[in-house]
Design a protein around this ligand. Structure first.
Ligand SMILES: O=c1ccn([C@@H]2O[C@H](COP(=O)(O)O)[C@@H](O)[C@H]2O)c(=O)[nH]1
Length: 294
């Protein structure tokens, strides 16, 4: 089924716009959880911890966003953990937005597309429904990711980090910034992919830490899904992400990683604290878009 249509359907089913980020910061995984494993069992700890996280949060989440760097840092053990986590997400029928920020020349981008989406008889190494991409190599690096309507991409438009303005806010002769120029390209790439939901498979990443940019970028890309990191641990609030939503109360997916995975209450109530963090984030976001039951 068409990626964006599936995602919008999931927003309705869960009454949620929350994406749970799967970023296993090794030093923040509670010592009480690690105790049951050998000290160097990176695969066991990471896959075990995230499996529990998925079990307690999936009813509140539209999708999960594994950040691949947190797995890659452990080499083969990390890759094994990622494969296990992805298998568990499939068992739970969860949508996977892989945060890999990939791109390259066309032929290499095509290999990345096969790695995450598969192709024909070739299964994906890391099966995902969507992937974050860096589009600064141009459209030939984007097209390989758009071969199947069942998969989507989120193009970096305005990232949440403190120095994102160094390049992304630079203005061209037209007066448009680099981020606005990228947003215009996203709109163009997205148009032929729009599904029955009214949303297409080429989305954008815009950080919650730059609310002053949000409304104008949303206007530039009315039919794109916007993936919004930076809510929670980076200081972005629900109020700051409001302008990412369309009037239908849909179209934006708000990610929280550390804010959900590592609540202070874990030592007292264990994974129940993680369930509560996801539930609270979902409600906080729903309240701000002023749409409760879709
Ligand atoms: O502009 C961007 C793009 C991606 N990210 C990623 O999102 C999460 C945020 O984690 P938190 O713990 O909720 O801060 C992380 O995986 C980043 O790599 C981003 O933050 N900003």
């Amino acid at each position: 089924m068409h990626f964006a249509d599936r995602l919008i359907q999931r927003c309705h089913e869960r009454n949620s716009r929350l994406v749970v980020g799967l970023d296993p910061h090794w030093d923040r995984i509670p010592a009480s959880f690690k105790r049951g494993f050998a000290p160097d069992d990176y695969c066991g700890v990471i896959s075990g911890f995230l499996t529990h996280v998925i079990d307690v949060t999936h009813e509140h989440a539209v999708a999960f966003k594994p950040q691949i760097a947190f797995f890659e840092q452990f080499g083969l053990a990390g890759m094994e953990a990622l494969v296990k986590v992805l298998a568990h997400l499939r068992v739970r029928h969860c949508l996977v937005l892989m945060d890999g920020k990939r791109n390259d020349i066309g032929s290499t981008a095509a290999a990345y597309a096969r790695a995450f989406f598969g192709q024909g008889d070739q299964p994906a190494g890391f099966p995902s429904d969507a992937l974050t991409v860096n589009a600064y190599l141009g459209s030939d690096g984007i097209k390989p990711f758009l071969q199947s309507p069942n998969h989507g991409i989120f193009v970096l438009v305005k990232t949440s980090n403190p120095s994102s303005g160094e390049f992304q806010d630079m203005k061209f002769g037209s007066g448009a910034s680099l981020a606005q120029t990228m947003a215009a390209a996203v709109r163009q790439w997205n148009e032929p992919t729009i599904g029955e939901s009214g949303y297409g498979n080429v989305g954008a990443v815009i950080g919650a830490t730059y609310p002053e940019h949000m409304a104008a970028l949303r206007r530039e890309m009315p039919c794109s899904l916007i993936l919004v990191p930076g809510y929670g641990a980076q200081g972005g609030s629900a109020q700051a992400v409001k302008a990412a939503f369309n009037e239908d109360g849909l179209g934006a997916l708000i990610n929280s990683s550390r804010g959900i995975l590592f609540p202070a209450e874990f030592e007292k109530t264990g994974f129940e604290a993680i369930r509560e963090a996801a539930c609270d984030a979902r409600e906080d976001i729903n309240r701000i878009v002023a749409l409760r039951d879709l």
